[in-house]
Structures are given as structure tokens and as C-alpha cells.
Design a binder for this molecule. Structure first.
Ligand SMILES: NC(=O)c1ccc[n+]([C@@H]2O[C@H](COP(=O)([O-])OP(=O)(O)OC[C@H]3O[C@@H](n4cnc5c(N)ncnc54)[C@H](O)[C@@H]3O)[C@@H](O)[C@H]2O)c1
Length: 475
């Protein structure tokens, strides 16, 4: 895996890049301890970095730095570490980084770095020419040590989750699929027609077979999966590349989780829903006649390759489905992410989902927040025998969740224009009760204390939930 599920995430980079600030934010978002090595040295020596340089000299500082960095990297509890700018100059530190961490280079332009740190009292930021020389010397070491490069918190989180977001990434698939082993390419007929050839060219010699799953939910059937299992000729070192929407990635991911008891897989989502949601977080699934996603496995992808350029050919109706999840993500994050230009919107939403899944890879707690609005959506979909588009159902679900949270619904109304659906209210209510156990006349829901502050398991009186559900149904 490229992802740092059980490894440290080590931030390296030059002075002024923001390793301490970004590192603290990353740790908070993915629920890990944060270790700022300069602060650790200061605590150990009871002096500030400038004082240590002045009183003991740089060599003594470097000795402590190396010792503490190697020690922190040896700690078995995966943390987020911010290393001092000079730490990667030590071969011992570089060796520990190689074996113990996913190392991310936090980039900064030299000019900007100088602006940020000159006059800050840092001992190595006194003379601009010397500062630039130091940068030139260290930069190759940073490049050599880092498996990923980042400019902000989302970039680091995405790297930690093994999610690569880049315009044009499809063309780089050959390099981005980890390892050197054989690859089986799986897509649906439509996506194969649009992007199949590009993907094959990018994968080059590694590709040993191509496969088609039916379009849409038909892909997520035991029958389609069995056909795929039986077509595959990969050994344990092979990788399934799943190119397409959420149905393709759910089904091909499940095949990868189960074939030969589990082989690597790389989703390459081509729908907005897939790029901001379905392909991220390691959940794979098939449907049964009894219900959606009833069979599945957690199987974290070797890497997720997101190319926002593939969205150009996406039909408007499919974009709408994805937009509902974008709005949900923005509400959970407390930021109007939907206002961003598309590539950045995808990157930020993918970053949000990656963080929550890293925090809770097996869906045992905080990840439940991603269900905001979905209890209502599922109930309406069940009552409509799936005749309502998922995006429309989620839009209505968000409306209900915001109303019950006592929050403004204007953004959802304006962006998603939810239209009430014509379904049998009693059937929808029965479906909701089946989905969510009603205990002592109360239903546990995901609500928002405020945008950006989700609360899971909020117990709401049954009558209020029923009223909110009825308000989504056309009379
Ligand atoms: N695993 C998870 O965490 C997770 C999360 C959310 C949703 N899902 C699942 O995702 C599925 C829905 O995914 P979806 O909405 O992406 O559906 P999908 O895979 O059926 O794709 C929708 C349609 O768009 C077409 N398409 C895909 N990319 C295209 C492109 N770039 N240009 C033109 N056409 C393109 C496909 O051929 C298909 O017809 C559901 O089954 C849902 O359960 C999974």
C-alpha cells in the first residue's frame, strides 16, 4: 500500500514551509498524535532553538535532532511528525524515514520561505544568500526522501490515504499503479469506450487483460462478480485497476478483496460521485435482492488515481448525483467547497473523505458522519423502488437533516433544488425504521450542531423524524 494506514506520516521541508502548522492540522483531522521535533528538542534541552545554536552550537543541535527523530520514528504508535528542516541531512534519519514512515515534502517557494522566516530569529535565516544556498543543498535530499509532495493540509491527507488527485493523472497510470506486476483493467462498456484506450496505453506492457462489468448497479451483482472472478488470470502479485463510476469501483474492488483471498486494486473513478466519495476509503460492495451493499469487504486500495479531467464527458444527471455529495461534504467540513473550481473542489472533497476514513478505516465511529442526510435518502429510495435518482434523494435527505438540526437550508435549496418525491409515506417510514433501529420512540441520526460540526447518534423523537420525512414527500 502507498497509504500510511499504520505508518507514521513524516513531514519534511524547508524552514517556513509550515510543517508545524500543517502537521498539527493533519494530526487533528486524522485523529493521530502530533510530534513537532523542534519543540521536542527544546523541551529536552530546556532552551529555544536559537539559544541551543548560540550556547551549544549547531553540531550539538543536530545530534539531539537525529536522536529524537530516530526515536520518534521508532515509536510503534503511528503519529504525524514534523521534522526540522535539517533533519533529512542525517543518513540515519533518512534510513528511519524509509523504513518507518510515509514521508511527505511540504513545498514552499524559496522567496516565500524567506519572506516568512527572515527576521524571525531563526539561526539559519539571517542572511538571504546563505539561506538560498542551504535550500539548494537540502532540496535534493528532500526530493530523494519524499514519497509525495504537498502544499497544504489536504495534499498531506490525500498522500497519507494513497489518493492521488491530478489533472491528467489518467495518462500517468502506468507509474501510479504501485509495483511492477501484471494489471487487469475493469470498466463498464461506456467508460471503456471513452477512456479504455487511454488507460491501456498508459498501463503499457503491464496490462494482461481487460474486462467489462455491466453499467450501473448490475455490476454489483454476485453473477457479474462471479464472471469477473472466473475471467481473471492474475496471480497474487497482480493488480485490478477499476476504471469507472462507483458501481464499477465497488464491484471490482470487491472482486479484488476476494480473488485469491485479496489482491491489490487501484480505483480510477470517472464520476464526480466516485472522485469525491465512492472510490475513497476502502469500502467495496455488492448488492443482494434483499438490499444494496449487503455483501462487501473493507479493502484499502493500493492507490486511488483521481483525474478530474475525466469529468468532462460526464452527463449532467450524473454530475448532479455527485454534487449532492459535494454539498454534503461542504456542510460537514463547514466550508462552501461547492464554490471551488472543479479540480480543486474534487481535491478538497476527496481530502475530506480521505481524512475521515483514515480516522476510522473500519467504520466504527466518526465515519458515520458521512451518512448526513442518507437515512432519509435511503428511505425515499426504498419507497420509490429506486426510481428516484440518488442525488435527488440525498438532496432531500440533506434538507431534512438541516431542518432537524435547526439550520438554514438555503444552500441546499439553491444548489440542489430538491423536489419532493411521490412515494407512499408509510412505506418510506417503514424503510427508515428498518434502516435505523427506533429505540424508546427515538431515532439516532447524524445532525449538525453547526456547519463543520457533525454529531453522530443524535437521538431525535420519532414524531419529529416522521414529520421531517413526510415533508419530503409530494402529496
Ligand atoms: N464504496 C463507497 O464508499 C461508496 C460510497 C458512495 C457510493 N457508492 C456506490 O457508488 C455507486 C454509484 O456510483 P456512480 O454514481 O458513480 O454510478 P456508476 O458507476 O453507475 O456510473 C454512472 C454512469 O456514468 C457513466 N460514466 C462514468 N464515468 C463517466 C464519464 N467520465 N463520462 C461519461 N459517462 C461516465 C457510467 O457508464 C454509468 O452509466 C452506488 O452503487 C453506490 O452504492 C459507494
Amino acid at each position: 500500500l502507498v497509504a500510511a494506514l499504520d505508518r507514521h506520516i513524516a513531514l519534511i521541508g524547508f524552514m517556513g514551509a509550515g510543517k508545524s502548522t500543517v502537521g498539527a492540522d493533519v494530526a487533528k483531522r486524522i485523529g493521530r498524535p502530533f510530534v513537532d521535533l523542534d519543540r521536542e528538542i527544546e523541551a529536552e534541552l530546556h532552551a529555544s532553538v536559537p539559544e541551543i545554536f548560540a550556547e551549544r552550537g549547531e553540531a550539538a543541535f543536530r545530534e539531539h535532532e537525529e536522536e529524537l527523530a530516530v526515536e520518534a520514528l521508532a515509536d510503534p504508535v503511528p503519529a504525524v511528525l514534523a521534522l526540522g528542516g535539517g533533519a533529512p541531512e542525517s543518513e540515519r534519519v533518512r534510513e528511519s524515514l524509509r523504513t518507518r514512515a510515509l514521508t511527505v515534502l511540504l513545498e514552499i517557494d524559496i522567496g516565500e520561505a524567506w519572506r516568512r522566516v527572515s527576521g524571525s530569529g531563526r539561526p539559519l535565516a539571517v542572511d538571504e544568500a546563505a539561506f538560498r544556498t542551504l535550500y539548494e543543498r537540502r532540496y535534493p535530499l528532500y526530493r530523494e526522501s519524499a514519497q509525495a509532495r504537498a502544499r497544504d493540509v489536504d495534499d498531506v491527507v490525500l498522500a497519507a490515504g494513497g489518493t492521488h488527485v491530478e489533472l491528467g493523472a489518467l495518462e500517468l497510470l502506468g507509474e501510479l499503479v504501485p509495483g511492477e506486476g501484471p494489471v487487469a483493467l475493469v470498466s463498464d462498456p461506456r467508460v471503456a469506450g471513452i477512456f479504455g484506450a487511454d488507460a491501456q496505453v498508459a498501463l503499457g506492457d503491464r496490462i494482461v487483460s481487460t474486462h467489462e462489468l455491466p453499467a450501473g448497479e448490475e455490476a454489483k451483482t454476485v453473477l457479474a462478480c462471479e464472471r469477473l472472478w472466473r475471467e481473471l488470470r492474475l496471480d497474487r502479485g497482480g493488480t485490478i485497476v477499476a476504471l469507472g463510476g462507483g458501481c464499477t469501483t465497488d464491484a471490482a474492488g470487491f472482486a479484488a478483496a476476494t480473488y485469491l483471498r485479496g489482491i491489490d486494486w487501484v480505483p480510477v473513478p470517472t464520476t464526480l460521485l466516485g472522485q469525491v466519495d465512492a472510490a475513497i476509503g476502502g469500502k467495496t460492495a455488492l448488492n443482494l435482492p434483499e438490499g444494496k451493499n449487503l455483501v462487501g469487504a473493507f479493502h484499502w486500495p493500493a492507490r486511488v488515481v483521481v483525474d478530474p479531467a475525466t469529468l468532462e464527458t460526464l452527463p449532467e444527471s450524473e454530475r448532479r448525483t455527485g454534487l449532492a455529495e459535494v454539498v454534503k461534504t461542504g456542510l460537514l467540513a463547514g466550508e462552501p467547497l461547492w464554490q471551488l473550481p472543479e479540480p480543486d473542489l474534487v481535491r478538497r472533497c476527496a481530502g475530506f473523505k480521505t481524512a475521515i476514513c483514515l480516522r476510522d478505516p473500519l467504520d466504527r465511529g466518526p465515519r458515520a458522519a458521512l451518512n448526513l442526510g442518507h437515512t432519509f435518502a435511503h428511505a425515499l429510495e426504498a419507497a420509490a423502488d429506486e426510481r428516484v435518482a440518488h442525488g435527488d434523494a440525498v438532496a432531500l435527505g440533506l434538507l431534512a437533516a438541516l431542518t432537524l438540526s435547526g439550520l438554514d437550508t438555503a444552500d441546499v435549496e439553491r444548489l440542489l433544488r430538491p423536489r419532493r418525491v411521490r412515494v407512499d409515506p408509510d412505506r418510506a417510514w417503514a424503510a427508515l425504521q428498518r434502516d435505523k433501529k427506533v429505540r424508546d420512540g427515538r431515532v439516532a441520526l447524524v445532525l449538525l450542531e453547526a456547519p463543520g460540526r457533525p454529531r453522530v447518534g443524535v437521538e431525535v423523537p420519532e414524531a419529529d423524524v416522521r414529520r421531517a420525512l413526510d415533508a419530503l414527500i409530494a402529496k
